[in-house]
Design a protein around this ligand. Structure first.
Ligand code: ACO
Length: 456
């Protein structure tokens, strides 16, 4: 017998206390005004200085979740990390997080790290869900941590950076339940974005190819997801965007998410039998009926038509999930889950009750999956859902409480990080005064590359 309603019991998000204004970055980079803010849909970009690294990000978000939700270390039976920010290579970040558990005598905790670009968090989450549903489950919670520092070399990709972390507590009788048997994946070999130079902080990225890969993976996952729902449910109505109350996407930049939403509308349109209401709805686009999905990734006419046709739905179903993505940028592995946090804090609880939430997770290289969550209908005070939402009340004030750094200073921070990438011993220089309370920070890297941390 499977445990009932396996899903998300708690969420904690963390982003650094400083950001660059994208309008300032446009001027600094000498690109036309509006390119990053309107063209990419980004307002601010969070980043780490030399006080924070992947270990500190994960320590911060994990400890904050445990404290905020009153979870004891002994209640965690599985802990794993999804990240593409690699420092100790063979040594997992999960093993670093054990510093939070060992002092309590808790070392019987399964799990290690998972890496594939922005997808590692989802792979870790699937592992966690599978563990709770397996014969190895011992009744404790699983904790999934996804974190990254996303930085690009100078040039067109730099404004699509970001940084942050998320912790997701997984267990039975959850208010956000994973729909069983409804996962669709698309996994392929592609060199769209990867990090082959281990001396460098930066990825090798083929921007245009990465967009094509993202969109083709989206098409594929959506088709497979729709087929799986049909097979599972018998002769019910086919799945379309109308089947979802909200749709979350991995967000490299918000404009791509809007394009992705319209892409699903386009797939619905191609799938719709000629005599259906959908046909009526999309009648202005009738001339695109013969189009083949794989020929249309950069088709401006189709993109424009379906962005327009799906605009109202996008505003309702996806825009609320882009708050953190717009304010922090691409956090890589946490990105799509920051979308869940943004959604939960952007709508009244009554509007979330019983919702069906579609989720699309993408990591270059490439791994991608689509699945769905069902929100509980129990919205009373003290219910699991109301607790999750109440515990996230810090997010908006903290987004506003960050301090703005000039693009020149941001560039200096990155240059220093480039120079010190493999320098040991190393003592960071940035002040710890502006860190949010409860943030772990790097104290030192010794001559054997061993890192030590303290907490504000
Ligand atoms: N006002 C309004 N819009 C503008 C302006 C302006 N002044 N100037 C340009 N734009 C628009 C462009 O028309 C374009 O819109 P479109 O996408 O609808 O065509 C958009 O701004 C971006 O401009 P481009 O010239 O296409 O941008 P560029 O090629 O310089 O870089 C890119 C964009 C490829 C996304 C780059 O930032 C990048 O490589 N990022 C990293 C890779 C990435 O994020 N890939 C996504 C999936 S993979 C992943 O998650 C990492």
């Amino acid at each position: 017998m499977w445990p009932k309603d396996v899903g998300i019991r708690a969420l904690e998000v963390y982003f650094p206390a400083q950001y660059v204004e994208q309008t300032d970055l446009e001027a600094f980079d000498g690109v036309s005004a509006g390119k990053y803010t309107i063209g990419l849909g980004q307002s601010r970009m969070g980043f780490c200085n030399d006080r924070e690294d992947i270990n500190s990000l994960c320590l911060t978000v994990t400890q904050r979740l445990l404290e905020r939700h009153g979870i004891e270390p002994r209640e965690i039976g599985r802990l794993e990390v999804g990240t593409e920010t690699i420092i100790d290579k063979s040594k997992s970040v999960k093993s670093v997080l054990m510093q939070l558990f060992e002092p309590y005598g808790c070392t019987d905790i399964e799990g290690a790290d998972t890496t594939n670009a922005c997808y590692g968090g989802t792979a870790a989450l699937f592992n966690a869900v599978s563990w709770v549903e397996s014969s190895s489950w011992d009744g404790r919670f699983a904790l999934v941590v996804a974190a990254d520092s996303a930085v690009y070399a100078e040039g067109s990709a730099r404004p699509t950076g970001g940084a942050g972390a998320i912790a997701i507590l997984v267990g039975p009788e959850a208010p956000l339940v994973f729909d069983r048997g409804l996962r669709a994946s698309c996994m392929r070999h592609a060199y769209d974005f990867y990090k082959p130079d281990l001396r460098s902080l930066y990825p090798v990225v083929d921007g245009k190819l990465s967009i094509k890969c993202y969109l083709s993976a989206l098409d594929s996952c959506y088709q497979v997801y729709c087929d799986k729902v049909q097979k599972k449910g018998g002769d019910k109505q086919p799945v379309t965007l109308a089947s979802f109350d909200a749709f979350l996407f991995h967000s490299p930049y918000c404009k791509l998410v809007q394009k992705s939403f319209s892409r699903l509308a386009f797939v619905d349109f191609l799938n719709a039998p000629k005599d259906q209401a959908l046909e009526e709805r999309y009648k202005d686009a009738a001339r695109f009926h013969a189009a083949k999905l794989e020929d249309t990734y950069f088709d401006r006419d189709i993109e424009k038509a379906f962005m327009q046709l799906s605009k109202a739905d996008f505003e309702r179903k996806t825009r609320p999930s882009l708050l953190i993505a717009n304010q922090v940028g691409n956090m890589y592995t946490p990105s799509v889950y920051s979308g869940l946090v943004s959604l939960l804090i952007s709508k009244p609880i009554g509007e979330l009750a019983g919702n069906k939430i579609g989720v699309f997770s993408y990591g270059s290289g490439l791994c991608s999956s689509m699945y769905s969550l069902t929100v509980t209908r129990d919205t009373q005070d003290g219910s699991g859902l109301s607790k999750i939402i109440a515990a996230l009340s810090y997010v908006k004030p903290q987004l506003e409480g960050r301090h703005c750094v000039s693009p020149a200073d941001y560039t200096r921070v990155l240059t220093l990080r480039e120079e010190n990438c493999h320098v040991v011993p190393f003592t960071p220089e940035s002040s710890i005064d502006d860190l949010f309370p409860g943030t772990y920070y790097l104290v030192q890297i010794d001559e054997k590359y061993r890192r030590t941390y303290k907490r504000v």
